[in-house]
Design a protein around this ligand. Structure first.
Ligand SMILES: Cc1cc2nc3c(=O)[nH]c(=O)nc-3n(C[C@H](O)[C@H](O)[C@H](O)COP(=O)(O)OP(=O)(O)OC[C@H]3O[C@@H](n4cnc5c(N)ncnc54)[C@H](O)[C@@H]3O)c2cc1C
Length: 375
């Protein structure tokens, strides 16, 4: 029997597997795809410090484009933010996922790729698509929005359509301004959502649309019209991919008996921005650490996972409550305009204070992991 079985091999799952196996646990990771995260189906924007914290920034030659300016269009009004140090980086996630899988394999994690978890018989049996049964003392569900195990054990319900962010994105070759990311909120390109252009370098960009589910729009048409509006000159579409992200409140309970739920599976994403990479890395790492403490009998339940995430859950729930108020079209524009105009004014008046505050608040989450590593 494995000490830990992780379901899902993206950011949350690989982080969980690495942290559990580096502490001596016998870990298996099940991922339904042969190759993780290809083609890209994520804007791939992440805060620089989080890449640094997880050692994903240094000593590697891969795309990591620092963004110094953000231009936000909300209907007829435009907001412009300039940063002294990059707030976001656009990265090649395919590289990151491969790197993390390689780290996991080097740590001794048994990778089961190209095989899907089909069922879960509590408390230990994971049944794979080819009917193989593997057993784990602890199960970590990192299966993304599907929340495969969480749903089977009654921790997660079906999402309302409005609580699903529906996305389509193309990787495009063309000529781009490397410093600037662009966002267009609401109509005509991103109704009840937004459209984005995130440059990976001066020749490559992610251009996408993410909107609240439950609306009847042709996503491809929206994307085509945004591409035509935003990209001047010749361009070539290299790939296009559709995907979803939870834009809902996080699960109240992220563990039950011998199961922990991480990342998108635990609905740990910002429901206003759809940003979830940081939460996937943090909650996945945390689950791996807690699993090792449990197996080594330093703790006698997985409740510590819940306790450490409660603050994050509360703050994401507050964000979700704002999002609920924005589900009327009128409020959608009004609330975003208020948020952007306050942020823009503060950034113009006192950029240092404003940006330092932002960076500091973003660092809060991973203090959880630091404190557990010391103990
Ligand atoms: C269009 C779009 C743009 C986004 N842009 C950004 C952005 O710019 N910045 C940001 O921070 N976040 C962004 N996000 C959100 C971000 O992509 C997610 O929050 C993040 O990928 C969550 O990681 P995860 O590991 O929890 O889940 P996922 O990345 O969803 O990984 C889940 C994994 O589980 C596997 N799996 C599922 N079911 C099974 C099964 N039964 N058996 C085995 N394996 C299974 C899947 O194949 C997948 O590899 C975006 C999301 C979308 C949809």
């Amino acid at each position: 029997m494995f000490d830990v079985i992780v379901i899902g091999g993206n950011l949350a799952g690989t982080s969980a597997a690495i942290n559990a196996s580096s502490r001596g646990l016998n870990v298996a990771l099940v991922e339904k795809n042969e190759q993780p995260f290809s083609p890209a189906h994520c804007g791939e924007a992440i805060h620089k410090d989080i890449l640094e914290y997880f050692d994903l920034l240094h000593n590697h030659e891969y795309i990591k484009n620092p963004i110094m300016e953000v231009i936000i269009n909300v209907g007829i009004k435009k907001y412009n933010y300039k940063f002294k140090t990059p707030l976001q980086m656009i990265i090649d996630r395919n590289y990151i996922e491969n790197e993390l899988l390689q780290r996991a394999e080097k740590q001794g994690v048994k990778l089961i790729l190209g095989n899907r978890m089909k069922d879960f018989n509590r408390p230990n049996d994971i049944i794979l698509a080819d009917n193989t049964v593997i057993q784990g003392k602890i199960i970590i569900d990192s299966s993304g929005i599907a929340c495969q195990v969480g749903r089977l054990i009654g921790l997660a319900n079906k999402l309302r359509p409005e609580d699903i962010g529906v996305g389509i994105q193309s990787r495009i070759q063309g000529n781009f301004n490397v410093d600037t990311m662009k966002l267009w909120f609401h109509k005509p390109y991103g109704p009840m959502g937004y459209a984005w252009l995130f440059p990976l370098n001066d020749k490559l960009a992610n251009v996408g649309i993410g909107i609240m589910g439950g609306q009847k729009f042709d996503m491809k048409e929206l994307l085509d019209s945004y591409i035509k509006y935003e990209i001047k000159g010749d361009y070539k579409i290299l790939s296009t991919y559709r995907s979803c992200v939870p834009i809902t409140a996080p699960l109240n309970r992220v563990y039950k008996e011998n199961v922990m739920i991480t990342g998108d599976a635990a609905r740990l994403a910002n429901s206003l921005t759809a940003g979830g990479m940081r939460y996937a890395l943090i909650s996945g790492s945390l689950a791996g650490i807690i699993a090792s403490k449990y197996i080594k009998k330093e703790i006698n339940s997985l409740e510590l996972y819940q306790l450490n995430l409660n603050k994050t859950i509360r703050s994401l729930t507050k964000i979700y409550n704002i999002k609920r108020k924005m589900e009327k079209e009128k409020n959608f524009i009004k609330i975003y305009s208020i948020i952007f105009s306050i942020a823009c004014n503060l950034n113009n008046i006192a950029p240092n204070i404003c940006q330092n505050y932002l960076f500091k608040s973003l660092r809060k989450d991973w203090r959880i992991i630091d404190s557990l590593k010391v103990n």
